[in-house]
Design a protein around this ligand. Structure first.
Ligand SMILES: [Zn+2]
Length: 416
């Protein structure tokens, strides 16, 4: 039947049907043609599948944990500590800084069939990688560094629902919101002060590898516009550190942060008369209440000395810090203290001193935060803290020119 045009076949078939048996008889011409029996060739068993030879090597990724050492991480996968130590030594000799290992770094072991480590690949950044290769009884290190293609890009947005939403709409990472909040953290409380309609713009270094975006470099300049003011932060290399200043050269790193928590919600403000949720009646509430989940880290708003750390009646677990210029800050209802927090200890600005809780007279997890000056409570949101250090005189001219140039580029590339 193969080869007979479909149409002819159709006709022959149809003829058979019409002629009925006669046709059947007549189609016997068809039947007359002896149909060669399909003699299927004896089934030749397909050759058994050839098992692919086991791969010479097996590559195993090693997930690094916070505080890990290379030796410990390799040992988790079965590399003897003695061998791991030799690998670590070889890496350090080649300039690797193993003290800064963290979960974002890449680590992988190549094993041979005998289960011996043949090669360790360590990548502390998208731009730098090390291969430690077994050479007989020793280890040879190869270092590979690629130079990122750094492009300065302007990013702008408007806070309608949230800043994070705005940066997401711009196709960028929330990391930029956190960095911007940090730059302005002494002047602006992104928890209390952000309003719908606020706008921001910034120039940031974006690092590419062959046209593929990898990560952000430095945030060069940022502006945040509210209904009443414009905040400008200009980055400048000063004393080998990247610091932020306002356009007049005053440091934005002031002695006090505006808030001990980031991106939370204020549930109760500073007032001399508030209905007390537990004790009833109307009482002063000389504090700001920030609602946050239990366990949220609470940071010191300024450098200082611990004058109280522990249980304090209705304030629950509480910390008091003494700062310069007669200021004290108080953090109440904590779930627990940070490690090492004790009376007389010193803390640095931004250091975590405890965690949000609901201990003491509290109706739910929140931080009751208070500031006093010379023993009198003041409103933390309205207090004008000490201005930041001015840029050193020697750097002033260079900084002002740098700032003018960056702000002009920002205004040109991301008009408000
Ligand atoms: Zn409170």
């Amino acid at each position: 039947m193969v080869g007979m045009p479909y149409r002819k076949l159709l006709v022959a078939g149809l003829a058979a049907v019409i002629l009925g048996t006669a046709a059947v008889a007549s189609t016997s011409w068809w039947a007359a043609a002896p149909v060669a029996p399909v003699v299927s060739a004896p089934a030749v068993a397909p050759p058994p599948p050839v098992a692919a030879p086991p791969p010479e090597h097996r590559v195993e990724a090693v997930a690094l944990k916070r505080g890990d050492t290379l030796v410990r991480a390799l040992a988790r996968k079965g590399v003897e500590k003695r061998v791991g130590q030799r690998i670590a030594d070889a890496l350090v000799e080649s300039g690797a800084d193993l003290r800064r290992m963290n979960p974002r770094h890449g680590l992988a072991i190549t094993w041979n069939l005998a289960g011996e480590p043949l090669e360790i690949a360590y990548t502390p950044s998208p731009w730098l990688g090390y291969a430690v290769i077994a050479t007989g009884n020793d280890w040879e290190v190869r270092r590979a560094e690629t130079r990122p293609d750094v492009r300065v890009e302007a990013i702008a947005g408007e806070a309608t629902r949230s800043l994070f939403q705005a940066i997401d709409d711009a196709g960028e990472s929330p990391q930029l919101v956190v960095e911007m909040a940090e730059i302005f953290s002494s002047d602006f409380d992104f928890t209390a002060d952000t309003r719908s309609g606020d706008r921001f713009r910034l120039l940031v270094e974006k690092r590419y590898a062959e046209d593929e975006f990898v990560d952000y470099g430095r945030l060069l300049v940022a502006q945040y516009l509210t209904a009443t003011r414009v905040l400008t932060g200009v980055g400048f290399e000063q004393a080998d550190r990247w610091r932020y200043y306002d356009p007049d050269g005053r440091s934005l790193k002031k002695s006090f942060l505006k808030s001990p928590l980031e991106f939370t919600r204020i549930t109760s403000g500073f007032t001399y008369a508030r209905p007390h949720p537990i004790l009833g009646g109307t009482r002063p509430h000389l504090a700001i209440d920030y609602a946050a989940p239990v366990g949220t880290p609470v940071r010191a708003v300024a450098d200082g000395v611990v004058t109280r750390a522990g249980w304090a009646g209705g304030n629950g677990i509480s910390v008091i810090l003494r700062h310069r210029s007669g200021y004290e800050t108080m953090y109440n209802h904590l779930s627990k203290l940070a490690a090492g927090m004790r009376r007389g200890g010193r803390v640095a600005q931004r250091q975590v001193i405890g965690y949000v809780g609901s201990t003491g007279l509290s109706t739910g997890p929140h931080l009751d935060y208070r500031v006093s000056k010379h023993g009198r409570f003041v409103n933390p949101l309205h207090e004008k803290f000490l201005p930041g250090e001015p840029i050193p005189a020697a750097d002033r001219a260079a900084f002002l020119a740098h700032a003018r140039d960056l702000v002009r580029r920002l205004e040109t590339q991301a008009a408000f």
